[in-house]
Ligand binder design. Structure first.
Ligand code: 3H9
Length: 657
């Protein structure tokens, strides 16, 4: 096998190239190769300076996460970085792609950093339940200052090349031939005196203790049960007050403890599960159909959200509504979403304007004729959707893929009346569709492989995490969500109150409890669906235990936040427990003949998780989901399950084995 690190000496410069696809992770072999290159730089008298670069799509994207399940093998990364720093000859890192984690720490061991345009740099370790473990918390503050370093290390968000240049993280962005510029910089640094590394610098002073304390408090408040961000902040604080050597040792200790923590194991599980989700070996040799123009029917929240997602990914969209007024409303909805994305800095002005320029809305279905893929996002009604698919089939070309965004309905039944049901798939987006990363790709019974591949290709173009599912009421996520919603409502009838269940879920790590979330989303749609189900139109099994509390709430006009009251009352926008709701709940218990009892937080979460696992097992047994890991990905990315708990199956200690 080719060695992942190669070297070449010319004109006094040792060029070191890392070539370890796909992302040049710092495996043991790469570390050994770099250590050997460092020895070569020391030993070879003609070498005056070193340029470190990487082949392929990126500079080093971090330590090799796959190695984290075993004890590290030498040379260790902190030792390598220190050795590079103390070579006695300057190293210049030439960066491109995503310079992350151990990759950035490696660059911080060098004596100068140049980045090609478009490079992103970050220390995302907290997202894996870790902190930088190779000197990042000690060197970065010495380079860019205490507060910017705290933000990068505890937030985990990468910065772009321009921001990196502003803070001094990189010395320059290359403008011409990057390698020539890096070589010139290396020779310029090669002088009589050995170059000083960042570790030799004094730690920065904190200018304003009040601001610093507030920043630390913000990290703790945002962590919501996660250890890594708090540990990361503590490591940066250590770096400011301890001698460098002691701070490095303290960082390493923290890193090693976190590496073996359940939180990091859970986050690493989700990292790999997300990447495995979209892998569909059966499609390995299947070419997706072209995707140049997307059609969307329906301009409500979902239709507009999907349109925004497509437009922001550079795909032109034609939206069709039932009449001109609705089309104008759809266009307005879309504009609001794009403006919001501009306001949040997700897109810049030119991307915003390009997105708008690629958009058309109207009330004529024939405008969808040139579309490569049409997504219906109309009202959740089988007959209406089935009729729409038939009308679409008459309008579009023979190769156009038709997709339904239904959340629950049987798409096989929906496409029964089509001449070519093999062109139909489900693309189940989550609201807001331009923000949420999850996409359930529903593979209908008759879908052709290239149609499925096209759905997956669209998901990837939109930057979604694509999880394949089969047809079944509520597919993966909503089926499981319904089960634990029922479990929560059963607990209300057994003795708990909404605020107790919500608090237990928040303590577990959810941003919001079940009932706060329902109030936010509105209770009326689910109510209408339950009534439709009761009337038999959705053809779904009835749960064994029906709890009527939500129905009573809706009958009392309590539809959630938007109506000023739901599971809570809203005073000045704040959720307040409402005695009226407690009365509705206790009356329901009495009607069901249940003696109410106190249900503790632990039991609440046990019953929630138990319901998720039971429904998840059914979803697996019926072949609707491929794996427990896929279910974990769905619940984390679509339903607020705390990522650092790894998803319900990981949390319950169940793996695909
Ligand atoms: C760290 O550095 C600790 C140090 O501080 C201290 C050490 C002592 N290792 O995401 P993609 C694989 S912690 C191993 O689909 P993209 C990935 O599994 C690390 N494998 O591509 C996939 O494999 P496969 C800090 C890795 O273009 C393939 O590469 N760094 C690693 O959408 C392609 O990945 C991070 O947390 C890795 N570090 O995104 C960065 N990274 O093809 C984590 C990726 O078999 N990585 N793979 O499924 C990322 O954020 C994204 O992968 C990246 C590329 C942005 C780099």
């Amino acid at each position: 096998m080719k060695h992942p690190v190669s070297t070449e000496i010319s004109d006094g410069i040792l060029s070191v190239t890392i070539d370890n696809p796909p992302v040049n992770a710092l495996s043991a072999a790469v570390r050994a190769g770099l250590m050997a290159a460092r020895e070569q730089a020391v030993a070879a008298r003609q070498v005056r300076a070193v340029v470190l670069a990487a082949a392929g799509r990126t500079f080093v994207a971090g330590a090799d996460i796959r190695e984290f399940n075993a004890p590290p093998s030498p040379p260790l990364l902190p030792e390598l970085v220190a050795a590079i720093e103390e070579t006695g000859k300057p190293w210049v890192a030439l960066l491109h792609g995503t310079v992350l984690g151990g990759g950035l720490e490696l660059a911080l061991g060098c004596h100068a950093r140049l980045a090609r345009p478009g490079t992103a740099l970050g220390l995302p370790e907290v997202r894996l339940g870790l902190i930088p473990g190779a000197g990042g918390t000690v060197r970065l503050p010495r380079l860019i200052g205490a507060l910017p370093a705290l933000e990068m290390i505890t937030g985990g968000r990468p910065v772009n090349a321009e921001q990196a240049q502003e803070t001094g993280l990189i010395d320059a962005i290359t403008t011409g031939d990057p390698m020539a510029e890096a070589r010139a910089r290396a020779l310029a640094l090669a002088g009589a005196a050995p170059p000083k590394g960042l570790i030799a610098r004094a730690a920065p002073e904190i200018d304003d203790a009040g601001v610093w304390d507030k920043a630390l408090a913000r990290v703790a408040a945002k962590a919501r049960g996660q250890i890594a961000p708090v540990e990361a902040a503590a490591a940066v604080a250590d770096a400011l007050r301890l001698p460098a050597g002691a701070a490095l040792a303290a960082e390493r200790q923290r890193f090693m403890a976190l590496k073996d923590s359940p939180q990091s194991a859970a986050l690493r599980h989700v990292f790999f599960a997300e990447r495995a989700a979209g892998k569909m070996p059966e499609l390995a040799d299947v070419r997706p159909r072209p995707l140049q123009r997307i059609g969307i029917v329906g301009g409500g929240t979902m239709g507009a959200g999907i349109a925004a997602a497509c437009l922001m990914a550079g795909l032109p969209v034609t939206m069709v509504e039932r009449d001109g007024a609705l089309a104008r409303r759809g266009a307005k909805n879309l504009r609001t979403l794009l403006d919001g994305s501009l306001g949040r800095g997700v897109i810049d002005r030119s991307a915003h304007d390009r997105a708008l320029a690629g958009f058309a809305a109207g009330d004529d279905l024939t405008a969808l004729a040139p579309s490569d893929l049409v997504i219906e996002a109309i009202v959740e009604d089988m007959e209406e959707k089935a009729a729409l698919l038939s009308r679409l089939e008459a309008v579009v070309g023979p190769d156009t893929v038709l997709a339904s965004n239904t959340s629950y309905l049987d798409i096989d039944q929906m496409s029964d009346g089509l001449a070519d049901p093999g062109r139909v798939i489900g693309l189940h987006f989550f609201s807001p569709a331009h923000v949420m990363k999850l996409l359930e790709l529903v593979i209908t019974a008759r879908a052709r492989d290239d149609v499925v591949a096209t759905g997956r290709a669209l998901g990837r173009l939109l930057g979604k995490i694509v999880v394949p599912a089969r047809v079944g009421h509520g597919f993966i996520g909503n089926r499981i969500m319904s089960a634990y919603r029922r479990a929560c409502e059963a607990m209300l009838q057994d003795g708990a109150l909404p605020a107790e269940i919500d608090a237990a879920m928040r303590d577990y790590g959810y941003a919001m409890g079940m009932f706060e979330m329902q109030d936010m989303a509105g209770l009326d749609i689910a109510w209408a669906m339950r009534r439709a189900q009761a009337a038999g139109s959705a053809g779904q099994e009835t749960p064994e235990r029906y709890v009527d509390i939500a129905d009573r709430l809706c009958e009392a006009g309590r539809f959630g936040r938007k109506s000023g009251a739901g599971w809570y009352r809203y005073d000045d926008g704040h959720a307040v427990p409402d005695p009226e709701v407690s009365a509705i709940i206790t009356a329901s218990s009495a009607r069901a003949g249940i003696t109410r009892r106190r249900i503790g937080a632990e039991e609440i979460m046990e019953r929630c998780l138990g319901a998720m696992i039971e429904a998840g097992r059914a979803v697996l047994a019926e072949g609707i989901a491929r794996s427990a890991a896929d279910i974990d990905v769905v619940m984390v990315n679509g339903f607020g399950f705390p990522r650092w708990r790894g998803g319900p199956f990981h949390a319950a200690g169940i793996s695909d084995g």
